[in-house]
Design a binder for this molecule. Sequence first.
Ligand SMILES: [Zn+2]
Length: 397
Amino acid sequence: MENIFPLQGTLMHYDWGGQHFLPELLGIANEQGKPFAEYWMGAHPKSSSNILVNNQPVNLLNAIYAEPNHFLGERVAARFGSLPFLLKIQDVQHILSIQVHPTLEEAIAGFDKEEKAGIPIDALQRNYKDKNHKPEMLVTLSDFWLLHGFCEPELISKRLEENPEFNILKPLFNKDGLKAVYQFVMEMEPADTHYWLLNLVKREIRKKREGQLTPEEPGWWVARLYPEGEEPEQIDKAIFSIYLLNIVNLPKGASLFQSAGLPHAYMQGQCVELMSNSDNVLRAGLTPKHIDVPELIRLTRFETTHPNIQFGQNALAGETQFPVPVDDFALTRLNITPEMNYQHRSSSPEILVVTEGAALFNQELVLKRGESVYILPETEYQITSSGSVSLFRAWVP
Ligand SMILES: [Zn+2]
């Protein structure tokens, strides 16, 4: 088939990844017990997938660069010039860095400013790696926990009240609000915050050990950050943020969208994530990477977020569409059973990945769990399955 190409993604072994889920999904041995954090499918300059053309691997980014109209279609090529999305499967074992992403306008301005200042693109203190925004959409493959936006002021007040270390912040919170408190903490010297938060961390570790905490409480996640039985060495002041943010538990099959300016961090579980092709991340802690506090404060939206958890809308038979408020990408889940003959015509480039079962494309190409394909625009295809199969399809609306 010259319109449907088997795709080989790339793996990211970040420290926060789990050791079992991705190796098992992809059929890879992991005898050394390495962390497998993310599996990338797309044409990201940092790590492009290969497609198999006549059984030969071809770098997808290079293929698109050489023939944009062929591999993207004229509409997507004219508007984006490259594949506008990156599809990932993630396995989160340990909490990720707390982060926010810029709007499109902020990314363009930030990129130009850093270019003018002569900051090299790979410098540690560089915030903007490209001129793109980075909206992110996740659909869970398991029970999933994350931090997502600021919680209600009443809850923040209660948490400042019940932890004696935070009592000194209450007058500032009552008078000047969330932003003032957050900025005050983020601008404190690391040595000061360590001693300020040491007793809090010790108390949370003890409470967790004694079974007094549940994952709905910030202390559960704070305690998990530090190895048991050891004196915490350097306490990251970002743990304070955990007491300000919504702790969200998603069941399998739920979706959540992270918009620009919304602080968030994935904490535990497996998911499919679809995002625009960008690296623009402003970090707020729980990371050894660069933190630009003034820029972080400028980009963060200090407002209450009520997590908008969705389970998708049924489109055609077998299709569930997860609505996203941007037009860079769209995400559909397909559940195909033996009695169905699913037929579709692509309107843009598409990436499909099988997350459960096995699928048969056009009666000739078998795609097993963990396998994926790149499909050209204006391609007619048919999917059948002898068992039942779940796939995710990323495309451009
Ligand atoms: Zn993010």
